[in-house]
Design a protein around this ligand. Structure first.
Ligand code: CP
Ligand code: NVA
Length: 300
């Protein structure tokens, strides 16, 4: 594997299998946690944005692997007062054995990784959220037995969100059929899919839903985009995941959401809270297992 995990471009199909095998092992052995690959190691968790799942799963995960997690609020670091990313990276490399970072500009995470001698994991930027999508793919494997061209996932809403962008990279990695259904003004970036035949954009939400195995959505107003709230609520409205879409999907189609969810906006309460359809909490739990796998591969 490469030194860092900044986007899913950093891993190969083989790496993905290695991560999933290890994640399954950590999930199975969680009660005893026999492996302590981070024993004696300190991992810094830099957060410039809010978080529930990512922060808790990384903090708990580092602890379960025998290491110590340091939560670092970016606004309270000198980086929040103008210290350069490069100086921060070099200093932290003298203290820590790994950095996990959630921030705004993806460029900052690239620079941090470039200047740090220790591994850096992207815990969400405006552009990508690789750890989330690894957990999502593991969840799909658990429910479908595989995550490949036999699986069709339809993503609704913000076709340019960090989640949509990372899903496109995941589809390229796995061969999974991915349809992004969004309004034209937030249609997916064309540079991410390249010529991949298994990724397409579909403006009509019902046409997109046909024979889907999974529906996936994300908030309409991502962190950092609050000023666009009014426009986003208007343009994404036709892309809500609701009961109607399930009538044209496969019989046992499931619902995925990175969370936090907004019932009545990107998903109806009926779908979000339907135990026969919604697998969002299994998906959230898998964050812990895949991130432990990634950390143990990169930071041991
Ligand atoms: N899905 C996700 O990353 O959740 P948090 O923002 O709570 O970390
Ligand atoms: N697109 C969302 C994901 C939250 C996990 C955001 O960036 O706010």
């Amino acid at each position: 594997m490469k030194k860092d995990l900044l986007t899913l471009r950093d891993i190969t199909r083989d790496d993905l299998e290695t991560i999933f095998d290890l994640a399954r092992k950590f999930k199975r052995d969680r009660a005893t946690c026999p492996d302590k690959p981070l024993a004696g190691k300190s991992i810094g968790l830099i957060f410039a944005k809010s978080s529930t799942r990512t922060r808790v799963s990384f903090e708990v995960g580092v602890g379960e692997l025998g290491g110590r997690a340091l939560y670092l609020d970016q606004s309270k670091m000198q980086m929040g007062r103008g210290e350069t990313v490069s100086d921060t990276a070099q200093v932290l490399s003298r203290f820590l054995q790994g950095i996990v970072i959630r921030t705004f500009a993806h460029r900052d995470v690239e620079e941090l990784a470039q200047c740090a001698s220790i591994p850096v994991i992207n815990a969400l930027t405006d552009e990508y959220h690789p750890c989330q999508i690894l957990a999502d793919m593991l969840t799909i494997c658990e429910y479908s037995g595989r995550c490949d061209s036999s699986v069709k996932t339809v993503f609704y809403g913000d076709g340019r969100s960090n989640i949509a962008n990372s899903l496109i990279l995941a589809a390229r990695l796995t061969g999974m059929e991915l349809v992004i259904s969004s309004p034209a003004e937030e249609a997916p970036r064309t540079d991410l899919a390249g010529n991949a035949p298994n990724v397409r954009w579909e403006a009509d939400p019902v046409a997109a839903a046909r024979d889907a195995d999974y529906f996936y959505t994300d908030v309409w107003v991502s962190m950092g985009f609050e000023e666009e709230r009014e426009r986003r609520m208007r343009i994404f409205r036709p892309y809500q995941v609701n009961e109607k879409l399930f009538t044209v999907a496969k019989k046992n189609a499931k619902f995925l959401h990175c969370l936090p969810a907004h019932r009545g906006e990107e998903v109806s309460a009926g779908v979000m809270d339907d135990p026969a359809r919604s697998i969002v909490f299994d998906e959230a739990e898998n964050r812990l297992h895949v991130q432990k796998a990634v950390m143990s591969l990169l930071m041991r």
